[in-house]
Design a protein around this ligand. Structure first.
Ligand code: PEP
Length: 256
C-alpha cells in the first residue's frame, strides 16, 4: 500500500450488544491485538455505549466512533445527537451515510453532505459510506451511482479537509449477507472512487483512505486488504466478536 495513506479498520456494532458488555469486550480485544501500530482502529457502538467505550479504550490507541450524528448544531431536535456532544465526549470518527441510514431512514445525499460538513467542523473524521444495490450493479450503473453519491456528499469539503475524510465502499448486496465482494470487484470500485477524488481534489486523492465494507471477516480480510486501492475495512458482524475483529486488525497490520 502507498504509505502516504493510513490503513483503517473500523467496527460497526449497529444496534447490537449491551452497555454492560462494553468493558469486557474492550479487555478481550486488547488481549488479542498483537500490534496496531500501522493501523488506525476504531469501533462504533450505539450512542448509549459511547461514554463507557471512551473510558474502556482510554490510552489504548483504539478510537471510539459514532454511527450517526445530527446535521444540526443544537436545539429542538428530539432524539438526535449533535457533533459537539460527540466531540465533547472524546469521539474521533463518525459514520455518515451508512446504507441502512439511507434505505431505512430515508437519509438523502443532502443530509449526508450536511453531516460530513458538521463532523469536519467539529474536528472529527467522517467515515463516508457509499455503495450500490444489487439492482444498480446488475444494470451497469454502479460507477454512475458512486460518483453521484461522492460528489453530493463531498460538496463544500475543502482540499485541506479531504484527507480527513475516510471513504467506505460498501456494496449493499454484500452487507450482512455473507456475500463478500471479491477483491477484484472491490478494488475496481475503490480505484474508481480514487479517480473521482482525483477529479475533485487532484493529487490529494492519493492521501485519502478508501476502505471496503461488506461481510469482511478474518478469512477474507487478507485478500481484500492486499488490493492496492483498499486501505482497510469497515466491519459489521465480525466486529461483534473481539477475537474475529482482532484477527482482521492483525491482518491489516501485516499487509501495510
Ligand atoms: C456494515 O454494516 O458496515 C458492514 C460492513 O456489515 P457486515 O460486515 O456485517 O456486512
Amino acid at each position: 500500500m502507498d504509505h502516504i495513506r493510513k490503513t483503517v479498520i473500523g467496527g460497526n456494532w449497529k444496534m447490537n450488544l449491551l452497555p454492560s458488555e462494553v468493558s469486557a469486550y474492550a479487555e478481550e480485544l486488547k488481549k488479542y491485538i498483537t500490534d496496531s501500530e500501522n493501523t488506525v482502529v476504531f469501533f462504533a457502538p450505539p450512542f448509549v455505549m459511547l461514554p463507557i467505550a471512551v473510558q474502556s479504550f482510554k490510552d489504548t490507541g483504539i478510537f471510539v466512533a459514532a454511527q450517526n450524528v445530527s446535521e444540526h448544531e443544537n436545539g429542538a431536535f428530539t432524539g438526535e445527537v449533535s457533533a459537539s456532544q460527540l466531540r465533547d465526549l472524546g469521539i474521533t470518527h463518525v459514520i455518515a451515510g451508512h446504507s441502512e441510514r439511507r434505505s431505512i431512514y430515508g437519509e438523502a445525499d443532502s443530509a449526508v453532505n450536511a453531516k460530513v460538513l458538521k463532523i469536519l467542523e467539529h474536528s472529527m473524521q467522517p467515515v463516508l459510506c457509499v455503495g450500490e444495490s444489487e439492482e444498480i450493479r446488475d444494470s451497469g450503473k454502479t460507477e454512475e451511482l458512486i460518483a453521484s453519491q461522492l460528489k453530493a456528499a463531498l460538496s463544500g469539503v475543502s482540499e485541506d479537509d479531504i484527507t480527513r475524510v475516510i471513504i467506505a465502499y460498501e456494496p449493499i448486496w454484500a452487507i450482512g449477507t455473507g456475500r463478500t465482494a471479491t477483491a477484484v470487484q472491490a478494488e475496481e470500485v475503490c480505484c474508481f472512487i480514487r479517480g473521482v477524488l482525483a477529479e475533485l481534489y487532484c493529487e490529494k486523492a492519493n492521501a485519502v483512505s478508501i476502505i471496503y465494507g461488506g461481510s469482511m471477516n478474518a478469512d477474507n480480510a487478507s485478500e481484500l486488504l492486499g488490493a492496492p486501492n483498499i486501505d482497510g475495512g469497515l466491519i459489521g458482524g465480525a466486529s461483534l466478536v473481539p477475537e474475529s475483529f482482532a484477527k482482521i486488525i492483525n491482518t491489516a497490520n501485516t499487509s501495510n
